[in-house]
Design a protein around this ligand. Structure first.
Ligand code: G3P
Ligand code: CA
Length: 337
């Protein structure tokens, strides 16, 4: 074979670099949570059927050290815990999952997320699944993995998981090492290397670095790690010129709020795409912003509609994937391209 010249080598290298980012992915945020109560197995099965590439699990621990799939460290917003266990709230009035056994949590009905308005329950997204209807439960991490892996067998697909360790510092205060348990479960289910269909995510940089340096080697796995970014003031050093390169020692990607990718003050005529994606890509990091919602009133002013919002982020800002409550819409959008 003829030797490649310098230009040829450069082109091959460029093609290989872009190939690793070529496949844009759809992450079902808390499942197909735009259609069914978040983090129920029903919402996850729907997301799977809608063609999501990855399905997200937020994880917290129970008093008996089980991992459950729940966004908040409290049960208040998404279950009927106040009706089933009156008197079990802490002094702040909240019902913490970590104060309940798994057996107790299994007796709860999981519902569409709500807030209290003048003492009345009012669902957060008025157009979503009716809060007072249905019969759903809070799954364990293992139950959800087994459903997704079972569907992978029965459909022949290979859909990934995208677990988030919720508030690891809170869990440590309560005497629980949630990260080690999550990593052990990943190993038990065969997620062991960067080729495994998993991204493990957290908002806590100290925990992320600990997972990379200590927990992974002790348990014996090394899977993709995603650093979540809420805003630019949480970890200012990450937004300095060499911040992404420093982060790349521990992380494989970032999961920023999409307001860090396209400035919220943008208009349809003047889009302000930040340099975050370019800097992350320059450091070899993937970028998966959150959370894309098609609900009435959820659209930033710079987007004409939900598909325009997806187009701006996927193809103008060039993100590698995104979290959405409406995976069907994002899958259809990418297929249409
Ligand atoms: O993990 C990505 C996204 O889910 C972060 O936001 O609060 O929905 O967990 P949150
Ligand atoms: Ca999450």
């Amino acid at each position: 074979m003829r030797a490649l010249n310098t230009v040829g080598i450069f082109l091959v290298a460029a093609m290989m670099a872009s190939a690793s980012f070529a496949q844009k992915i759809v992450i079902a945020h808390r499942g197909a949570s735009g259609y069914l109560p978040e983090h129920t197995l029903e919402a996850k099965a729907m997301a799977y059927a809608q063609g999501a590439d990855y399905i997200e699990q937020d994880l917290v621990m129970t008093s008996d050290d089980e991992l459950i799939v729940l966004h908040d460290i409290t049960l208040d917003r998404t279950t009927d815990v106040d009706e089933k266990f009156p008197g079990r709230a802490r002094e702040d009035g909240r019902f913490y999952a970590i104060d309940f056994t798994l057996a107790e949590i299994r007796t709860l009905n999981a519902v569409e997320g709500f807030r209290l308005v003048d003492g009345e329950k009012e669902q957060g997204f008025a157009n979503r699944f009716p809060m007072s209807k249905g019969s759903f439960s809070v799954p364990t991490f293992q139950e959800e993995i087994e459903m997704i892996q079972g569907l992978n067998v029965s459909t022949g697909k290979d859909i990934g998981i995208y677990p988030e360790i919720k508030q690891p510092a809170f869990h440590r205060q309560e005497g629980k090492d949630i990260s080690t348990r999550v990593v052990q479960v990943l190993k038990e289910y065969g997620y062991t290397s960067k080729d495994s269909k998993v991204f493990l995510q957290t908002f806590d940089y100290d925990e992320l670095a600990l997972i990379k340096k200590e927990i992974f080697p002790v348990v014996g796995i090394d899977v993709n790690l995603i650093m979540l970014l809420g805003n630019s003031t949480d970890y200012p050093w990450m937004f300095e010129p060499n911040g992404m390169s420093k982060l790349a020692y521990s992380a494989d990607g970032i999961g920023p709020s999409y307001n860090l990718v396209v400035d919220r003050s943008s208009s349809q005529n003047q889009l302000q795409i930040t340099d975050l994606v370019a800097r992350a890509h320059g450091a070899g990091l993937e970028v998966h912003p959150y959370t894309f919602r098609a609900d009435p009133g959820a659209m930033p002013g710079y987007a004409k509609d939900f598909e325009d919002l997806l187009n701006i982020h996927f193809f103008q800002a060039d993100v590698d994937g995104l979290f959405t409550d409406f995976p069907d819409r994002a899958v259809q959008f990418l297929q249409s391209r």
